[in-house]
Ligand binder design. Structure first.
Ligand SMILES: Nc1ncnc2c1ncn2[C@@H]1O[C@H](COP(=O)(O)OP(=O)(O)OP(=O)(O)O)[C@@H](O)[C@H]1O
Ligand SMILES: [Mg+2]
Length: 369
């Protein structure tokens, strides 16, 4: 549906230097899917989105929607933003005051280049307001809505044009944590029900994991990994991605064997010898890190009886009670391992404890921190 190919967008800074904000960005989004650009502040997410919208003019590359170029440096094509037929909601969305909910949502239809009859507008607006569950507030002044309702109204305004593509730049960032989580589910529901192809920009990894069909993680203007939420979370390809999408233990080691049974590789690490699923591109003797999510670190007071050797013992260093889970810090030699376990794990601080890591949960990545 949307294809972005080798997109480069640059700015000139105040001091005249070139800022390479998007570099060689390529991805495709199939019809009806939600694709997320995820990354830290300044990595080029908004730039990429604005380039797709036509609000920035890239220096090179190609952007196609349903096989038709809206931008191509090679063919010298640049379709004006208002001719692209995309819907947008930006971080600093504005609800028009002095207008009702209905008037806010119908505004794009009134000013658009198609001439709709009053009846057509009524039908389209009410259908959209129903989708975002604001139909009952149609005559209310838009400023007299809660933050979450205003957010949904901004979304309705983008949806009412039935855009080919919906572009959302941190649309939930103005909301408090609880409302943000609620809106996340609503947004997902609306996107899935309407089957609208969406590009979503966020720096919040849990939002990206919860909403997306596919995620592209960006760093310094480039996409460094693309995959489903599960792939990004379970098999990050670098320390940067592993760290950015959630807390994780990095265990330093050296590759010892690449031919262990069951397609495993063996790593000699600071907490002992560990087995991990074989990944390509490594050589024996290479310095690596074994990454394990805290929820994949299992604790046991007894000596574990296992079919594998991925275990070691340490001492409970600290514990933090978080309600439904308990975070343990366990010291193994000089290394502190984080474990997220069920609150029924009662082992006191300073007591000995065994750590078990399922080999399949150990991800090997290159290099040392
Ligand atoms: N109009 C501009 N002029 C000059 N430099 C810019 C301009 N807009 C963005 N930049 C720079 O381009 C880079 C990418 O910015 P961008 O806004 O795309 O980041 P972002 O990933 O959206 O970050 P955030 O999460 O903070 O919104 C940054 O280094 C930024 O300072
Ligand atoms: Mg931004």
């Amino acid at each position: 549906m949307l294809t972005v190919n080798s997109l480069f967008t640059e700015y000139v800074s105040d001091k005249g230097a070139i800022v390479k904000a998007a570099q060689d960005v390529s991805f495709e989004v199939p019809e009806g899917k939600l694709f997320t650009l995820l990354g830290p502040s300044g990595c080029g997410k908004t730039t990429t989105l604005r380039s797709i919208a036509g609000l920035e003019k890239p220096t090179a590359g190609q952007i196609e929607v349903a096989g038709v170029a809206v931008y191509s440096s090679q063919k010298n094509v640049f379709v004006q933003p208002n001719k692209r037929g995309f819907g947008m909601v930006f971080q600093s969305y504005a609800i028009w005051p002095h207008m009702t909910v209905f008037q806010n949502a119908s505004f794009p239809l009134e000013v658009g280049n198609k001439n709709y009859t009053a009846k057509e507008i009524e039908t389209k607006v009410m259908r959209t307001l129903e989708a975002v569950e604001l139909a009952q507030y149609r005559d209310r002044d838009a400023t007299r809505l809660s933050g979450g309702q205003q957010q949904r109204l901004a979304l309705a305004r983008a949806l009412v044009m039935e855009p080919k593509l919906l572009l959302l730049d941190e649309p939930l960032s103005n909301l408090d944590a609880k409302l943000r989580e609620k809106m996340r589910f609503e947004l997902k529901k609306i996107q899935r029900e309407m089957g609208i192809t969406t590009i979503y920009v966020t720096h919040d990894q849990s939002e990206a994991l919860a909403l997306s069909h596919e995620i592209a993680v960006m760093r310094d203007g480039r996409i460094v990994q693309r995959g489903t939420p599960r792939e990004i979370y379970e098999t990050p390809n670098s320390e940067f991605v592993a760290d950015f999408v959630g807390s994780i233990n990095f265990v330093k080691g050296t590759v010892k064997d690449l031919n262990a049974p069951n397609s495993m590789m063996v790593i000699d690490t600071e907490i002992g010898v560990l087995q991990a699923p074989l990944r390509s591109g490594f050589v024996v003797g290479e310095q690596v890190q074994v990454c394990v999510r805290p929820e994949d670190v299992f604790l046991s007071e007894e000596v574990p009886q296992l079919a594998h050797n991925n275990h070691c013992h340490g001492t409970v260093f600290a514990k933090i009670f978080l309600g439904e889970v308990l975070d343990f810090q366990v010291k193994v030699g000089e290394k502190v391992m984080m474990a997220r376990v069920h609150p029924s794990q009662m082992t006191p601080v300073d007591h000995p404890i065994h750590i078990v890591l399922d080999p399949k949960d150990c991800i090997v990545i290159k290099g040392h921190a």
